[in-house]
Design a protein around this ligand. Sequence first.
Ligand SMILES: [Fe+2]
Length: 425
Amino acid sequence: MTDLATHEAMGDKLDLATYVPMGDKKNSEFFEEYLPRVYERREKSGLDQLVGPMAALVVQVEHGDGVDYMAELAAMGPYRFQTARLTDTHKVYVLQSQPEYPRLIVLEPLTADYVDNITRWNMLYPLARRKPNARYIGEVYQAQSTQAVRDALEPQNIRFAYPGDTVNAFYTNKNLTFTFMSDFTYNRVGYVDVDLDDLDALGLGESINLTADERGKLDRADALQSEHGVKGLVLGVDHAATRILAGDREHALLEYLTVVPYYFWGAYNIHEMNSSTNVTRHPDIGDEKKSPARVFTANNTPSIVNSFDNLPMPTEDFVRNFGRRMHHLAMAVIDGHVADEKNVDYVVRQLAEMGTPFLAKVVGECKDDPNLKQIFSKSSPYSLLITEYIERCHNFEGFFTRDNVASLTAAAGADERYEHGHVFD
Ligand SMILES: [Fe+2]
């Protein structure tokens, strides 16, 4: 099998035409036919040259939750507030972990009655409507020219938001452009052609400062993380996983691979959970945290036929309860030990003491062989996102082990149930 690390060690570029994807999930003939055509078209249209690594991840929270969410992030991981701008509709906060890793952009509407497409979409789903403006929006990729990206992708039926199309003008900036929300994932993809650390270049609006109280909240979260010895152990985003409906698996993959320079790394069938985990990655970046992998998880059978065999369907349930959306952001924990405890065990124990609730316990064993230890937090009350902590022991290359994913999916499924009548889904 072609291996990314080997290619990099050899200074070789991954050849998408000959790469054999990992995993045992069977794709349809349709997918096998179109995947190479998508790669070829990308090459011809120049997209691979026009678009670089991931520059930011964007999350919208409810009015009033921005600072609390940033405090939660400061306690739980590496992201720290850097700067903020005031637009006509939102406060826009930019957070940073390591300078070479993507920024995290938090959008907070200025009023409690703010409504846009996200609000309307969230209101359709029983477990999403309690925070109707909270949603992971999408990734922003560094691009040479936003206009050139639109020129390359619009003939391929990729739709972009134009000024006046959206209530929130953040999506239609000259130097920061976003696709429509995908019908398969309900995520957008954005492209930026200026340095995201130079918000003046984006002309987003006036610079705003945090109040003393707000600053105090973030400082206390940061200090708490330091006191518990967690600071420095959680590095950055390793991967981001969207949950989609069973029938949309291949469409979502082909769509994502059309709009960004990633490749289909592979897909594994998780029989116990009746789902598959499908991974796309950047081909030229050795450190995943510089351009995190994008994962798509889908049930193997749609809910409508699932009751014939009563197989598990936690992924389908999640989508029925919350709508298609990002499920978790995985944070990489540096491999190693604190005393004789693995780092991820230590981090999770400390975070639990600090008040972070987790789903079940750390899964996976890290002994002498490369392996993974992983755990899911409960979902954030602000972003609705789960945080996964992942320690790659002895440089484990993959994103999961089958056993781990089955346990994690089961744990998350138990927490994401929605009860109505006597039917649990
Ligand atoms: Fe994950």
